[in-house]
Design a binder for this molecule. Structure first.
Ligand code: CA
Length: 231
């Protein structure tokens, strides 16, 4: 049984990176399309409806944050991995805030990127038929179908990984869940000591769930281990 080839959009202006990624992804069986400007990337995404998007942060006409926000305005679900040349946490968090699901810092290994891409697509296609539609964390309501968090009369759109992370913590309420387990179950990745993905997602979620994000009462840090949801 052959599956239709899944389509990846690369939005990146450095030709050697586009070429390297295209080769690697085509070798993995993906169909690849690319744009070297942000505006063209948004248009191409609308026309071609890719299954996932690799998005460079520094583009000639705009930046990846803006492109990401624009993509998210009409598609809350397509997985987006941001490619950043900078390693500052602030850029990563801003990228995740703009709606990216994951990020890779350049120079990255193409093997790791394709592994993440496969994990992302595996997770994104998981059927969600038998899950309850909503649950509450404190005074925030999470809607699993609409991918939203509502608190204090404000509704935020959240990405696929944010939903899954909250769901995992909720299923284990009151118990610590390790970073390694979160990374493995949500991202399908083996933990690397430098991987701050989970922490960055927690920062992002606290802004939407907590009354005072800097003094969390619901999503608690378990030092040196991971996180737990307050019972
Ligand atoms: Ca660039």
């Amino acid at each position: 049984m052959s599956q239709p080839r899944r389509k990846i959009l690369i939005v990146e202006d450095e030709p050697h990176i586009v070429l390297g990624l295209t080769d690697a992804l085509e070798f993995e069986g993906f169909a690849v399309i690319s744009a070297n400007r942000g505006r063209d990337g948004v248009n191409l995404a609308r026309q071609e409806k890719p299954d996932a998007i690799l998005l460079d942060l520094m583009l000639p006409d705009t930046n990846g944050f803006k492109v990401c926000e624009e993509l998210r305005r009409w598609d809350a679900f397509v997985p987006i991995i941001m490619l950043t040349a900078r390693s500052q946490e602030v850029d990563k968090i801003r990228g995740l805030d703009a709606g990216a699901d994951d990020y890779m810092t350049k120079p990255f290994s193409v093997g790791e990127l394709t592994a993440r891409m496969r994990a992302l697509l595996r997770r994104a296609q998981r059927p969600s038929g038998n899950h309850p539609e909503t649950f509450r964390i404190g005074d925030a309501e999470i809607n699993l179908t609409a991918h939203t968090i509502t608190r204090a009369e404000q509704t935020h759109q959240i990405s696929f990984y944010e939903v899954e992370l909250l769901r995992l913590l909720f299923e284990r309420v009151g118990q610590p869940v390790s970073r390694d387990e979160i990374l493995q179950k949500i991202w399908g990745l083996d933990a690397a000591p430098s991987n701050r993905t989970v922490d960055n997602f927690i920062v992002k979620l606290r802004k939407k769930v907590e009354r005072l994000p800097d003094k969390p009462e619901r999503i608690l840090t378990v030092y040196g281990y991971g996180y737990k949801l307050a019972p």
